[in-house]
Design a protein around this ligand. Structure first.
Ligand code: ADP
Ligand code: ASP
Ligand code: MG
Length: 436
């Protein structure tokens, strides 16, 4: 069995869906299990719909309907397949003047619920017996952390039992499940990759394929550096760091379920079948490039915390991290000395409360609009001189490095720069390490 996940651009219009169906057909002998994202851009539209004022909602809903109906008509399918979904979406709008995290999750799921039906219909039309499933109908149960839900343990056996007994190709909605109380919850933006990996783990897949719009994992974001190079092989450890520190091509949690069962993850371009893509494995051959890739994350907040106690007072770090823990606030980069800590976060939620709780032990300074740049590669830990080159090239280009941190695994070094410098910094570093 293989799991094939198609992202928003791969199901973005009638043409792309026809092409995606051809790809699925070519893997018919491998018992494919399909996971789909919403039609590209639809999740954003659904969020806009949820947050819009009453008068504006009708207009947005009609735009969403038109995008789907145009695809259905162009494919020559029956418009009525989405009637139920639009009715439900209409009710959701009418019953919810205000929107909390739980309701927002309900809105967001309609993209995948509709794209899965279109893809399944088109597969049937092209001779592949297929059926669309909402993930929860196959037993995808989650926690109730709306917008960031995690699969419950039982999800894995549920999915395995339910998928294995099917005699159709399932086309499953990415990025969602239901809580024990039957509430809809999403896994967070970009979470269809994570769904594919969870399903791959559950059914012991031979491979998890992530079909997207670029030639695999690249040496950096091709939207910034047009001649970024595709990477043939990446280790699970490298892929985790890359995804966590900004390579949008993979949702950061995708690697864990694959790694637990040692299932290869292949990232492929649905727009260019001649490319081999990137395979993510437990162990990979030594690459001629010690630095594998450069990633970035924008809109980062740096929090500098300086102790007001005497030098050497113990408990300072514990107090800081306990406070972040209490507010479930994840920290991306940390740099410490005995009396001060600098750390980065990617949103302001609960920040005011955290600062308030620490004001008796520290002076806290917050800087917004920063960016993280990560340089990732397994071979980095044993190669002298890399840091010198990094700071040299950034210094030559007058880019100030505000913070530095190296992960304990030694395969990732992270720098913080001002947001205005991030594109230039990524370009310079890419040129330094890859010569282009
Ligand atoms: P999908 O809709 O298929 O899930 P995404 O938009 O989520 O696709 O991810 C693909 C995008 O990730 C690419 O178009 C590319 O701009 C971006 N990206 C960022 N960093 C990288 C990288 N290192 N390698 C490949 N793509 C990257
Ligand atoms: N459709 C969702 C999003 O846009 C999930 C995904 O595409 O992975 O975030
Ligand atoms: Mg994605």
């Amino acid at each position: 069995m293989i799991v094939m996940k198609f992202g928003g651009t791969s199901v973005g219009n009638a043409d792309r869906i026809t092409h995606t169906v051809d790809i699925i057909k070519s893997y018919a002998g491998k018992k494919p299990v399909i996971v789909v994202s919403a039609v590209g851009g639809i999740t954003d539209r659904l969020i806009e719909l949820a947050n819009a004022a009453k008068g504006k909602r009708k207009e947005i809903l009609e735009a969403i309907r038109k995008i789907h109906n145009d695809i259905i008509n162009e494919l020559g399918l029956d418009e009525s397949i989405l009637e139920e979904d639009f009715k439900e979406l209409d009710n959701l709008i009418n019953n919810n003047k205000t929107v909390d995290a739980e309701i927002l999750d309900q809105f967001q799921t309609f993209g995948e619920r509709m794209s899965s039906k279109i893809v399944a219909m088109q597969l049937n039309k092209m001779g592949v017996t297929a059926q669309a499933f909402n993930a929860w109908d196959l037993g995808f149960a989650t926690t109730d952390e709306f917008g960031n839900a995690e699969p419950l343990e039982e999800t894995f056996s549920n999915l395995n039992n339910n998928i294995k007994k099917l005699n159709v190709v399932p086309v499953i909605t990415g990025f969602m499940g239901k809580t024990k109380n039957g509430e809809i919850a999403t896994l967070g933006r970009g979470g269809s990759d994570y769904t594919a990996a969870i399903i791959g783990n559950a059914v012991d897949a031979d491979e998890i394929q992530i079909w997207t719009d670029v030639d695999g994992i690249m040496s950096t974001d091709p939207k910034i550096v047009s001649n970024a190079m595709p990477l043939e092989e990446v280790s699970f450890a490298e892929a985790s760091e890359l995804a966590y520190f900004g390579a949008k091509v993979l949702h950061p949690k995708t690697i864990i379920p694959a790694m637990k069962k040692n299932i290869p993850v292949r990232v492929l371009n649905s727009f260019s079948l001649k490319n081999k893509g990137t395979v993510i494995l437990n162990k990979v051959a030594k690459s001629k490039h010690v630095v594998k890739a450069i990633t970035y994350k924008k809109n980062i907040i740096v929090v500098n915390i300086v102790s007001t106690r005497m030098l050497g007072a113990y408990g300072f770090l514990a107090r800081i991290f306990n406070t972040f823990d209490k507010y479930k606030k994840s920290v991306d980069v940390v740099s410490t000395s005995e009396v001060s800590v600098s750390l980065t976060i990617d949103n302001e939620n609960n920040l005011a409360s955290i600062i308030d709780e620490m004001k008796d032990i520290a002076i806290i300074h917050v800087s917004k609009g920063k960016a993280i740049i990560s340089v990732v590669g397994e071979g980095m830990r044993n190669t002298p001189g890399l840091a010198g080159r990094r700071f040299g090239v950034l210094g030559d280009n007058k880019i100030n490095v505000e913070m530095i941190s190296q992960g304990a695994s030694g395969i990732n070094t992270t720098l913080v720069v001002d947001g205005k410098d991030v594109v230039n910094a990524v370009k310079c570093l890419h040129e330094e390490y890859f010569g282009c």
